[in-house]
Each structure stands twice: as C-alpha cells, then as structure tokens.
Design a binder for this molecule. Structure first.
Ligand SMILES: [Zn+2]
Length: 333
C-alpha cells in the first residue's frame, strides 16, 4: 500500500487534500507553505500520485502504488507530472516558467486526465515569473494542477495568493519525527539530540543526524541562549562574533533564537512543557529563562528578532545585526 500512509504526520493537510479529491473539487493552484524540510515535497508528490493513479483503490481513492502511473511517479518519469527546474541557483526566472510551465501546459496530458506541475522553493520566483504563472492560473486548462511549495507566503503577489488554495504545514509532533528517524537510525545520543532539536522538522532531524558540525553549532547557540541573561556586555560581544561567522549559520541561529524565545513565552504563559518545540535536553534551561524574562522583555526580543531578520535580508553585516539583538536579549526585566 503506497500513498499518503507513508507520509509522516500532517493529518490536517492530508485530510484536506483527500477531501478535495473525493468531492471532485481539486483546485488549479495550491500554495503549500511551511518550513524547509517539513515534508511539503513528499506530500506534493503523493498528492500528484493520487491524482494520476490509474486504479485508485476504493472510495478513499488511494493511489494503488503498483499501476504503471504510480510506478512512473516513483521513478520520476511520469509524463504528466513535471518539476520546474531553474537555471540560476537563487532565482526562478520568467524564462524557466515560460518554457516549462506556460509553453507546456497548453499541451494536453499524455496518459492521465490531469497534468501536474510542482514548483519547489517557489519563494525564489521573481515578480516577472509570478506574473507569468498568474497568466496561466487566471485561465487554466481544465486538467491543470499547479503546486507552489514555499517557506514563505509573503513573497507571493496578492493576485497569486487570492487564486490559490493555501495549505499550511505545521511542525510535526515529536513522535511522528521519531517514527521516521527511528526507522533509519539505531538508538544513539545523536538520535536523541536530533529529536530534541529538530523542532518538528524531519529534514532538520536528518541534517542533525548526518552533520556533526550542525550538531555542534546548535549546541553552541543553545548554550549562548541559556546563558544570555547572565552574560556581561563583553561576553555578549564574544558571543556575537562566535555566531556571525558565516551567513548560513546566521540564518540558522536566527531560527533558533525565534524558536527558543517562542518556547520561553509558551512555557511562561501556559506552564505546559508538552507544548515546547525543543525537547527534554533543554527544558530546564527554558524553564529558567521563563522565570528570568518578563513578558515585556520577551515582546521586545521578538520585535528585535524580526528586525534582525529584515536587516540580514537587506544584507546588513551580520555582526552588527547580531550585536543589536544580543544587547536586547540581555535585558530580562
Ligand atoms: Zn496506481
């Protein structure tokens, strides 16, 4: 049995997509939004498989997993399922969209009665490329289904958003990530570490399993976060230089800051450790922080984290962006 059963977690998303198939109301354009690594591509591919399957199994319309269509989807060779590729690494440009989507979608499907286009990392679509997509989704052929997968919904034109069905991916429960990770890796300290620090994201858990440097970096950042309220200004400046060594690290550090203070605020407000994204290895530290910081201080920190993310996007030197943030994080009252 292959199909949504093998997709880990995301029950709300899967119910929603199943219902759209069963009620015959599949939309022409979906916007799948959620963190990188959360499972958007896996769900998109299974959804496509379900739409293309030649012998869907009973009233739940599961893909059978064995018909030529299902096999072709698994092999990446179904002619009616296309993944849009892009020439430039950091942009999906108008030529990519014109050639692979607009020019192709007018040709009827070869085998199925639908034709499906998946655009991963759709946050990379520039404005011209989005306008080119818009042309197609304003008057789509009846058989067309376009899946835009993105870590950020704010990058899309309002005209795209209003013509798409928004599907939001939430962080997974720890047990869902664990089920997946435990199927591939034997018990170890690294496995516990990955589960405790992946914040509901399978992609991140895998990355933490496979990359010792990533584990070290997360340990460093969490160590700094735990100590921050007690650090002197000089110690905070040392932390700034430790955290801002390269731009990719800075991005990851910002996500950790956001997740950490989210957990601190949640614990302070609810007292319920089950709602935390960080696992048991950090709970004591988060409890201490929840006691140390006032709600007003947490509010100012969230504001500062947002501001810092914007500064980094605007290519401000990471060191000065971080300096600003860490000064604020030192003020607990
Ligand atoms: Zn099938």
């Amino acid at each position: 049995m292959a199909g949504f059963e093998k997709v880990v977690g995301h029950p709300a998303v899967i119910t929603h997509l199943n219902n759209s198939i069963q009620s015959g109301r599949v939309a022409h354009c979906y916007l799948f939004v959620g963190e990188d690594g959360i499972g958007k591509r896996m769900v998109a591919t299974e959804f496509a498989k379900k739409l293309l399957c030649e012998t869907p199994d009973g009233p739940s319309a599961r893909p059978c997993g064995t018909c030529p269509a299902c096999v072709a989807v698994d092999r990446g060779s179904h002619p009616d399922l296309k993944y849009i590729r892009h020439e430039k690494p950091a942009t999906i440009g108008v030529d990519d969209v014109r050639e692979q989507l607009n020019g192709d979608i007018v040709i009827r499907p070869y085998r199925a009665d639908r034709k499906i286009y998946i655009i991963d990392e759709a946050e990379l679509l520039n404005v011209q490329a989005q306008n080119a997509i818009l042309k197609t989704i304003e008057e789509p052929p009846s058989y067309a289904v376009i899946l835009l997968l993105s870590n950020n919904r704010d990058v899309f034109l309002e005209t795209i958003r209003s013509r798409s069905v928004l599907v939001e991916f939430q962080p997974l429960r720890r047990e869902d990530v664990a089920r997946y990770i435990e199927a591939y890796f034997p018990p170890s300290d690294d496995r516990e570490f990955a589960l405790d620090h992946c914040r509901g994201n399978i992609g991140r858990a895998l990355h933490l399993m496979e990359d010792e440097n990533a584990r070290e970096f997360v340990t460093t950042v969490c160590g700094i976060l735990a100590k921050l309220p007690k650090l002197s200004v000089i110690e905070r400046m040392d932390a700034v230089s430790e955290l801002s060594q390269d731009r990719e690290d800075v991005k990851e550090a910002m996500e950790l800051f956001l997740a950490w203070y989210r957990d601190v605020a949640v614990l302070k407000a609810t007292g319920d450790a089950r709602q935390l994204q960080f696992g048991s290895q950090n709970i004591k530290k988060i409890e201490a922080a929840a006691q140390a910081y006032s709600f007003a201080a947490l509010g100012r920190i969230f504001e500062k984290v947002r501001e810092t993310k914007e500064l980094l996007l605007a290519n401000v030197n990471p060191e000065s962006a971080f300096e600003n943030l860490l000064l604020e994080c030192g003020v607990a009252g």
